[in-house]
Design a binder for this molecule. Structure first.
Ligand SMILES: [Ca+2]
Ligand SMILES: [Ca+2]
Length: 233
């Protein structure tokens, strides 16, 4: 009982702190439920490792692509310690589920960019685009050389988005292209939830008592959250 009250207090305090950040686009109840889900998925650890995070993406958001899931993990892991903290979890989920086009452009760029010009500047290189498109498009071998088709597509994308013609995409180039044509947001592979999965998930973290009850979250994980499928350990 004492432990429960302590947990509730901790969650409430962490939620209050997170809500001060303007990039967190959730209500207090939603943040608290996200934190409960975090504890459930990380088996009460302070941080979530890559495998557990991938389980969430796979079981909750129907993502199946290992390479993209690892890249999404990298985009959530802002301090690069190979673990997701509660802070990174809530802020990442905010962008992933409710981000503005601008925020999601940065998120997708982080997912797609593996090459760094230097320690502070990342780019999406021709090789990055090639490996992602090849990975996403070439699912079964055909008689024709599939690489040729991928190469043509890479050239086409670079022609469209690489404004300074240096053979790679800077964040500014990617951002301008996306703001101009939002369909380019996931140009190199799916890295955001589809609208149905997104809505279902958002419903599970809403306060089930909604606006009728201002008491906030309950002690335990709400019924709706329990329905989220988690792989048995
Ligand atoms: Ca981290
Ligand atoms: Ca460029």
């Amino acid at each position: 009982m004492q432990q429960n009250i302590q947990n509730k207090l901790n969650i409430s305090q962490i939620a209050d702190k997170l809500l001060k950040d303007p990039c967190v686009r959730f209500s207090k109840c939603e943040v608290e439920n996200l934190l409960k889900l975090f504890s459930k998925c990380s088996r009460d650890a302070e941080k979530m490792d890559r495998m557990r995070f991938r389980d969430v993406l796979h079981n909750t958001f129907d993502m199946t692509d290992d390479m993209l899931m690892d890249r999404i993990f990298k985009a959530f892991d802002k301090d690069n310690d190979s673990l997701i903290s509660k802070d990174e979890w809530v802020k990442g989920m905010s962008t992933y589920l409710k981000g503005s086009l601008e925020e999601q452009a940065k998120f997708c760029f982080d997912v797609y960019s593996m090459s760094a010009v230097n320690a502070t500047e990342s780019v999406i290189s021709r090789e990055d685009i090639h490996s992602m498109l090849k990975h996403c498009l070439v699912k079964q071998p055909t008689e024709e050389d599939p690489d040729e088709g991928v190469k043509d597509l890479v050239d086409l994308m670079l022609k469209k988005m690489d404004f300074d013609k240096d053979g790679k995409l800077s964040f500014d180039e990617f951002r301008c292209s996306v703001l101009d044509d939002p369909l380019l947001l996931e140009a190199f592979g799916p890295c955001l939830p589809d609208s149905k999965t997104r809505l279902v998930f958002l419903r599970t973290i809403e306060d089930p008592k909604g606006r009728k009850n201002s008491q906030g979250a309950t002690d335990n994980i709400p019924e709706s959250l329990k329905q989220i499928r988690l792989k048995p350990v």
